[in-house]
Design a protein around this ligand. Structure first.
Ligand code: NAP
Length: 345
């Protein structure tokens, strides 16, 4: 049967994921499938920021690296799946996977293997990006939490990434006024304006960042969609209008911290909480896994939008399972544009 190559965590991740944190193990998948199992040939693996954050823990050492995959069922002993179907789910970084369905994933209630239907317009890789968890985060976060009011001013961080590049497009549709995106390079800032419907772009690596952000937010901010946390969040909250709304989607600037960074992050969080109180802000947390019952419908909605050319999105592709560590490093160093992916077949 098949030989599977699996990325295994060898050392808990601190700061930035890299080669020293992973190794590739080869395994012969030559047993017969048991009842309820499927064998998947993985075509795409999705490095997502929450995975290294979760894997900063020694308990995961020696275990396969989790993550969303899309691929093809080579053989099935499960009534719900047939040979040749394409699927997407939260499994792990491996070229071939034998799994029970439902399976156990690193997110306790995310155990679904979704059958997907790639076409000319909807590629299999899109099902772990714009049509997968990141796309659903933007769609459902806007729908349930961000509460866009006509003409409101919105700030978005990690704005040129998988989630941020979609947030602006959905928010514009819902009537947002000025949308300010924060990203880490001039090239990304140009994309925010030219492709993703941002009105103003601010480069947080500019020597004049603080001043440029203050100018962009001079009339006050009503809504903040946050993917980075830390100093940037403190600064944005400083520009928010009383009674504004903060949706915390993630805090990548604080993921996998050293001890010193963890201490600083805690102090920063305390300052953020004080700003929330002083400005009477509402603050809520987006967790896409809380809306799993809406995923099947959401995937269809996103598929329709992509098919009809309503959404602009980008993908950065690495080739081969040995480049999974590099893909994570790129994600944490901001080298990706749009969704970071790895092609495994
Ligand atoms: P992404 O934006 O495609 O990629 C991550 C980006 O973060 C990088 O390209 C980089 O862009 C930026 N970044 C990296 N380190 C940074 C730092 N120290 N400070 C500021 N920015 C930094 O990733 P994504 O998948 O869309 O996720 C964005 C955020 O949303 C993450 O925090 C993620 O955990 C969160 N998220 C949460 C959920 C949920 O359900 N809660 C779901 C999906 C994603 P620059 O070049 O601009 O620095």
């Amino acid at each position: 049967m098949s030989v599977s190559r699996t990325v295994v965590l060898t050392k808990a991740i601190v700061k930035c994921p890299g080669d020293a944190n992973f190794e590739i193990r080869e395994e012969n998948l030559n047993q017969e499938l048991k009842d309820g199992q499927v064998l998947i040939e993985t075509h795409y693996y999705s490095p997502d920021p929450f995975i290294p954050a979760a894997f900063g823990n020694k308990n995961w050492e020696g275990k396969p690296l989790s993550g969303f995959i899309s691929g093809k069922i080579l053989s099935s002993k499960n009534d719900k799946y047939s040979d040749g179907q394409f699927v997407m789910g939260l499994l792990h970084a491996a070229t071939h996977i034998v799994t029970d369905v439902p399976f156990v994933s690193c997110v306790p209630h995310c155990s679904s293997l979704y059958v997907v239907e790639p076409s000319d317009k909807l590629k299999l890789q899109n099902f772990v990006g714009v049509l997968g968890m990141p796309g659903l985060t933007a769609l459902l976060g806007l729908r349930h939490l961000l509460d866009i009011k006509k003409g409101c001013t919105l700030v978005v961080t990690s704005a040129a990434g998988a989630v941020g590049s979609l947030i602006s497009q959905f928010a514009k549709k819902q009537g947002a006024g000025k949308i300010i995106g924060i990203a880490g390079s001039k090239e990304k800032c140009d994309r925010l304006i030219n492709k993703y419907q941002y009105d103003v772009a601010v480069n947080y690596k500019s020597p004049n960042y603080e001043k440029e952000l203050a100018e962009a937010c001079a009339d006050g901010v009503d809504r903040y969609w946050d993917g980075v946390g830390g100093k940037t969040s403190e600064m944005v909250l400083g520009h928010m209008k009383e009674g504004g709304l903060v949706v915390v989607c993630g805090s990548i600037s604080n993921y996998c911290p050293t001890e010193e960074e963890a201490k600083e992050a805690k102090e920063s969080d305390n300052r953020i909480e004080n700003l929330v109180k002083d400005k009477k802000l509402a603050k809520t947390r987006m967790t896409v896994f809380n809306y799993m019952n809406e995923w099947p419908q959401g995937i269809k909605e996103l598929g329709r939008m992509v098919s009809e050319g309503e959404l602009t999105f980008d993908e950065s592709m690495e080739e081969g399972i040995e480049n999974v560590p590099k893909a994570y490093r790129d994600l944490f160093e901001g080298k990706n544009v749009g969704k970071q992916l790895v092609r495994l077949k």
